[in-house]
Write a protein that binds this ligand. Structure first.
Ligand code: NAD
Length: 490
């Protein structure tokens, strides 16, 4: 059955459908970046809230700036902006149709987008535009006002092309008309995403209108949030499953795990939907939650990626089914990572890790080891080395964390344990591979990547542990080294 408002009654036989009248919804949110994650996360929380009969004046209007967004808009418009969301637990799947989105502004039409942003009914502008969408300079880690796209919007604020140019034009129009500004809510996977978004919006304003920048800093809220739900990309396989298993002809369904989490700072001067009734946690400070997620979940992914790759394992759930890799992850998290994470309100970190193990074991998600193994030069310093540094500064040992660094180095040497060539995907690959090659006779050579290892490279204990683990990997191979670690013989 072709998905549409008119066919929802038929679709209700195989999937749950909105319990509310779509005609009764009114727009309250403009969302930039209507990709898979938004449709698996924010749009689902709102759909849950609307199903409770609440807050029907907070429906979503989509927006985007890329040419690819126009194609996506057409697909959604062709099905009344409805989305099929297939939620997959380890041994159970279910489909639902969500209806929280009621329109989608034409990408490229700045005038129409700014007019909608200036509408007083819009009280939140939210974003999922990927980490790369924030114009952060990789070297300094802060907003780059010299980026050509930003410079172009600063030179021509009346016809913006970037998300931040549009948000700024909308805020400027509201200030001129005396309409209170909307809250800008980033839902991207970036630590301190609210702060990063504020830096981009006010940084752009400062280039063309410093008084507007001051007004934004004084009046616009940018709450920080931590978001979590593993949501792979949609391909022909997902479209076929929606049709074959649920009888829904959806041009762009979303598949995701059943788990979802959203922790948000409650800073919404123009009001917000009662998302706490749909399971969102409102907290004064999201930093402890971000810390937990980055070190345990992202750090866990970064730890299993290299032993799995070296053992020719392709899927994440297959890595977790390998007894040695699974035990390695558990020992590393329990003995070294979790003990140095500051307490998180109302959360038992061991329970959180048990849930992560279960999520990594989910075979339906089909997440891959090559995806986790890519970009190590960015991921190791964000997800692993801060735990190493914290332990060293407390005088604690780092046997397991040093092994993670050694596994990454051994992987960069280019062959799996069975002798297959490894394909790399890392922006710094030449430099890090050269260091890994030099480490064959001289382990310390890898730690000369000072921008990656930072202060950790100066620790004698870390250098000793790393060198020993790497030599053991080179001499005995990955599995034997993991077993040494598991038996406290490394
Ligand atoms: P996606 O590819 O399905 O969608 C990405 C969206 O961002 C598209 O609408 C695209 O047009 C837009 N976009 C990309 N680059 C942009 C740019 N430079 N300027 C403006 N818009 C841009 O990806 P997704 O799965 O929806 O993930 C998007 C983001 O959501 C991630 O980068 C991450 O920050 C966050 N997230 C994703 C997951 C996940 O498992 N997929 C989990 C947690 C958080």
């Amino acid at each position: 059955t072709k998905l549409s408002l008119a066919t929802l009654k038929d679709i209700a036989a195989t999937a749950s459908v909105p319990a509310y009248e779509r005609g009764g919804l009114a727009a309250g949110i403009v969302h930039f970046g209507v990709g898979n994650f938004h449709r698996a996360h924010q749009a689902v929380y709102l759909d849950d809230l609307f199903n409770l009969g609440l807050d029907h004046d907070w429906a979503i209007v989509g927006a985007g700036v890329l040419p690819s967004d126009a194609a996506m808009r057409d697909k959604l418009a062709g099905q009344d902006f409805l989305t099929t969301v297939v939620e997959q637990d380890n041994n159970r799947s279910g489909a639902r149709v969500t209806g929280a989105m009621i329109g989608y502004l034409a990408p490229g039409n700045a005038a129409a987008t700014v007019a909608r942003l200036a509408d007083p009914a819009i009280r939140i502008v939210s974003l999922t535009i990927t980490e790369g969408g924030y114009f952060i300079d990789p070297a300094s880690g802060v907003f780059d006002p010299t980026h050509p796209a930003i410079a172009a919007d600063a030179a021509n604020p009346g016809d913006p092309k970037t998300v931040f140019g549009l948000i700024l034009a909308g805020l400027s129009a509201r200030r001129d008309k005396g309409i209170a500004p909307y809250t800008v809510m980033s839902c991207d996977n970036i630590p301190h995403n609210g702060k990063v978004t504020r830096a981009a919006v006010s940084g752009l304003a400062r280039l063309s209108d410093p008084a507007l920048a001051d007004w934004i800093e004084a009046n616009v809220a940018f709450p920080n949030g931590m978001v979590d739900r593993i949501t792979p990309a949609t391909g022909p396989r997902e479209i076929a499953i929606a049709a074959d298993d649920y009888g829904i002809d959806d041009a762009w369904p979303v598949f995701c795990e059943e788990f979802k989490q959203w922790v948000l700072e409650d800073h919404f001067p123009q009001g917000r939907p009662a998302l706490e009734k749909a399971g969102v946690q409102f907290v004064p400070d999201v930093a402890p939650y971000e810390h937990m997620k980055i070190r345990i979940l992202n750090g866990g992914h970064a730890a299993i990626a290299y032993p799995a790759a070296l053992l020719d394992i392709h899927f994440v759930h297959e890595a977790m089914e390998d007894v040695d890799i699974r035990a390695f992850l558990a020992k590393l998290e329990r003995e070294e990572i979790i003990p140095v994470i500051p307490p998180v309100p109302d959360t038992d970190l061991n329970d959180y890790f048990a849930l992560i193990e279960r999520r990594f074991l989910n075979p339906k998600i089909a997440d891959t080891i090559p995806r986790l193994a890519q970009d190590g030069s960015n991921r190791q310093p964000k997800f692993i080395l801060p735990s190493t540094a914290d332990r060293l500064s407390r005088g604690e040992d780092v046997v397991g964390l040093s092994l993670v660094s050694a596994l990454w180095c051994h992987y960069l040497a280019g062959k799996t344990d069975s002798g297959k060539d490894i394909a790399f995907n890392d922006p710094n690959i030449d430099r890090i591979r050269a260091a890994a090659t030099a480490a064959k006779g001289d382990p310390g050579a890898f730690l000369e990547l000072r921008d990656i290892f930072g202060t950790v490279a100066g620790s004698d204990l870390f250098r000793k542990r790393f060198a020993h683990a790497l030599e053991c990997l080179q001499r005995e191979g990955t599995r034997a080294t993991l077993r040494r670690y598991l038996e406290n013989r490394l």
